[in-house]
Design a protein around this ligand. Sequence first.
Ligand code: FES
Length: 146
Amino acid sequence: MLYSEKVMDHFRNPRNVGEIENADGVGEVGNAKCGDIMKMYLKIEDGVIVDVKFETFGCGSAIATSSMATELIKGKPVDEALKLTNQAVVEALDGLPAHKIHCSVLAEEAVRAAIKDYYDKNGIAYEPEQFCGGDCSCCHEHDHHA
Ligand code: FES
């Protein structure tokens, strides 16, 4: 089987789909190659993610990984959610085919972008490296050199 049962389950019945009005953090990321887009909304109280929802115009794997990612960060402190890696999401889904791993990166980036938005809006200090460890699209290099 190409996809695990968990992937199929989250693809068919994605959790936490939708939008949060007055979200405390919103992150939108896209994959330039496939053109897929993911938007993540966070409701945060006392540093804890009390609600999370996502919308995606993406492939089945993007839907499944975002769904799993929302489940993994719901109820967690923000700084813990920040440590969520796409590998952890893939593991929680019992794996993804190699050519679909990039879809899980989209989910990780969306979570990070939403947390960054929350930090920015609330004037919470952070290390830029927390968001730009890889080639993520949540941080724009040119902003620093303007
Ligand atoms: Fe683009 Fe999966 S093919 S996110």
